[in-house]
Design a protein around this ligand. Structure first.
Ligand code: XMP
Length: 482
């Protein structure tokens, strides 16, 4: 019986076990479109998610990811309030229409108005009486005015140029240029409901491919613990776009019961995981989740496979779960183990709709990890969410609890080389993805999944794949030497 069990064990493959075969193609990499759905309802131009880890994604990373057309998932190793504030920060960052406004009344003193502007770093204030917009006071109105005791109504501009809800970026630009104004209040039945500023318009024009919600605000996700209903509700209230139910083993009955409860209480898209088998994919999809997060133990900082002896090599895990995902039209996110852009192409060809990255983004300027110098070179700290440091500091429900005070970590703490900005890293990754899809002859991810054929390789093939028999004298941005 045991001999049979071992003899009949399935073969599991991972990134280094396979390559994609090139084929005849009329397609140039520049013609390739990598956009894709990463959850049932969220489509992004770049199907890359940043991991919800405390050395990878906080507000700054999420803003950079969304501005580039990708998606950041803010980690949960912080209080609900702090996480909610981070979501709000991302949502405010580039909204075309600001909704939470500072306003003044005609009877506010100019001195007070100036103080509000100075303290909040804003250059103009709408003037409101009984919720109706009656004027606007900008720096221009008061720049050369010296007597401070006067009221706003004596200096404000009364003929305010306004616009309706639903105005587009292009229309706003036209109006602001025509009237040479920097602030455009949005009014509904005379009542002030929002404001467009020149600063935000210019920012929007800089990032035309950004991931945005229906109001033009940046998209952002956040992680919650498997039993943290309160956090999920608070995040939904803060208008997060997607919630990741973050657990090491989502195919656990208690976790699944809780996912079911969370699903009933919230409407935002849910990514559930992690899983690595088709049975788990079937079971989670039956709970009405909107995407699956796949990967047990492939991560660069993970020790689950060696500590627990558990896991499924990642290409096989992706393929198995993606077959189920495709059946129900539920996207699969390949999470962990991705070291090069080529791994992303392989993950997508094996059936993933998008990928989640930890180590590849942890070394960027925008990650929250601490900078350190080793041997004269700059590094950033990167640690597993099941590492000793994280468990001792806060999260202890993901891995490693076997009773009071006893900790069995399933991750390590390390450092990755500093890599510049998220924009620079994503440019290289997307370039590699487009190149790979060009070799296969795939215009988009759907075609990559249909046309991409794998070949299994040997250790000798892997050795041949990397630079060999040379001393590298210049480091390439997409092939770092650590
Ligand atoms: P990469 O390879 O991109 O992997 O650095 C990131 C993913 O690793 C998972 N993760 C962990 N897995 N122990 C684990 O077994 C850990 O301590 C740990 N921390 C993170 C997670 O899925 C992440 O997205």
């Amino acid at each position: 019986m045991f001999e049979e069990k071992v003899k009949n064990a399935d073969m599991g493959l991972t990134f280094d076990d396979v390559l994609l075969i090139p084929s005849k193609t009329p397609i140039e990499p520049k013609d390739v479109n990598v956009s894709n759905f990463v959850t049932r309802n969220i489509k992004v131009k770049i199907p890359i998610l940043s991991s919800p880890m405390d050395t990878v994604t906080e507000a700054r990373m999420a803003i950079a990811m969304a501005e580039f057309g990708a998606l950041g998932i803010i980690h949960r190793n912080m209080s609900i309030e702090t996480q909610v504030n981070m979501i709000r920060r991302v949502k405010r960052e580039e909204s075309l229409i600001i909704r939470e406004l500072y306003t003044i009344t005609p009877d506010t003193t100019v001195e007070e108005a100036e103080r509000i502007m100075r303290e909040n770093n804003i250059a103009g204030l709408p003037v409101v009486e009984d919720e109706k917009l009656v004027g606007i006071l900008t720096n221009r109105d008061i720049r050369f005015f010296r007597g401070k005791k006067i009221k706003v109504k004596e200096l404000m501009t009364r003929d305010v140029i306004t616009a309706d809800e639903g105005i587009t970026l292009e229309e706003a630009v036209k109006i602001m240029h025509k009237h040479r104004i920097e602030k455009l209040p949005i009014v509904k039945d005379g009542i002030l409901v929002g404001l467009i500023t020149a600063k935000d318009v210019l920012k929007r024009e800089r990032c035309p491919h950004a991931s945005r919600d229906h109001e033009g605000r940046l998209l952002v996700g956040a992680a919650v613990g498997p039993f943290d209903v309160e956090r999920a509700l608070a995040l939904e209230k803060a208008e997060v776009d997607v919630i990741v139910i973050d657990t090491a083993h989502a195919h656990n009955e208690k976790v699944m019961e809780s996912i079911k409860k969370i699903r009933k209480k919230i409407d935002v898209d849910i990514i559930a995981g992690n899983i690595a088998t088709k049975e788990a994919a079937e079971d989670l999809i039956s709970l009405d989740v909107d995407a699956l997060r796949v990967g047990i133990g492939p991560g660069s900082i993970c020790t689950t496979r060696v500590v627990a002896g558990i896991g499924v090599p990642q290409i096989t895990a992706i393929a198995q779960t993606a077959d189920v995902g495709k059946k129900y039209k539920i996207p699969v996110i390949a999470d962990g183990g991705i070291r090069y852009s080529g791994d992303i192409v392989k993950a997508l060809a094996a059936g993933a709709n998008g990928v989640m990255l930890g180590s590849l983004l942890a070394g960027t300027e925008e990650s929250p990890g601490r900078e350190i110098i080793i041997g004269g070179r700059k590094f950033k700290v990167y640690r597993g969410m099941g590492s000793l440091g994280v468990i001792q500091q806060g999260i202890s429900d993901r891995y490693g609890k076997i009773g009071k005070g006893k900790i069995v970590p399933e991750g390590v703490e390390g450092a990755v080389p500093y890599k510049g900005t998220v924009g620079e890293v994503l440019t290289q990754l997307v370039g590699g993805m487009k190149s790979g899809m060009g070799y296969v002859g795939a215009r988009n991810i759907d075609e990559l999944q249909k046309k991409g054929k794998f070949i299994r390789i040997t250790q000798a093939g892997l050795k041949e794949s990397h630079p060999h028999d040379v001393n590298i004298i210049a480091e390439a941005p997409n092939y770092p030497m650590s």
